[in-house]
Design a binder for this molecule. Structure first.
Ligand code: SF4
Ligand code: SF4
Length: 187
């Protein structure tokens, strides 16, 4: 069920997200250096600079409905380039969580991949790439996606068929569940 935000609740959510990310929104003066260096900007519908501007204005509707919050690769290039080191990836991530909590998923395949990845890590304590890729391809119906890379990756031991686990996967699972609970508290 989608929940629409009015101006007041939008501003409250923007301020809450900024506080959790440790960002002072007023410090952004819209120079655009973040957008200029973002490797995902070509695919985004809301540029990193615009995301901060919309947050300054409390216009969370545009942010929650965007694809950008799902496409940010958390590479931190924007943070490095920003004169005020504004933590845009955290703003993106927290906005993504807020969008999902309201039933909005801008890029379904990213959400599916994320879910499969987390299940995988919960099960093995670390990522089992071959299984993850297989489950993702079957779930999305993209059966042959990236299959051309498999022989090369197997040959060079970049991925393996055998499952590999940490000593205590249950510990990792408990950590992830706790982190998800904490992440969802203010979403
Ligand atoms: S680089 Fe920093 S100050 Fe410049 S637009 Fe981006 S977030 Fe704002
Ligand atoms: S962290 Fe996200 S917004 Fe920032 S440069 Fe990387 S992909 Fe772009």
């Amino acid at each position: 069920m989608e929940e629409c935000l009015n101006a007041r609740s939008g501003a409250e959510l923007a301020n809450s997200i900024a506080a959790r990310a440790g960002v002072k929104l007023h410090e952004c003066y819209q120079c655009g250096k973040c957008t200029a260096g973002c490797p995902m900007a070509h695919a985004m519908d809301l540029m990193p600079r615009q995301l901060v501007r919309y947050m300054q204005l409390g216009r969370m509707e545009e942010i929650l409905g965007s694809k950008s919050v799902w496409l940010c690769a958390s590479c931190h290039t924007c943070v490095e380039r920003c004169p005020h080191s504004i933590d845009i990836p955290s703003l993106m991530e927290l906005s993504r969580q807020a969008a999902k909590a309201r039933g909005r998923v801008g890029v379904k395949t990213v959400d599916m991949f994320s879910g499969i990845f987390m299940q995988n890590v919960k099960m093995f304590g670390k990522s089992h790439e071959a299984l993850m890729e297989g489950v993702y391809n079957v779930t999305t119906g993209r059966f042959m996606q990236d299959m051309e890379n498999v022989p090369h990756m197997l040959k060079n031991k970049m991925v393996g068929i055998e499952p590999h686990t940490t000593n205590n996967p249950e510990e990792i699972k408990a950590l992830i569940e706790r982190a998800l609970e904490m992440g969802g508290e203010d979403a």
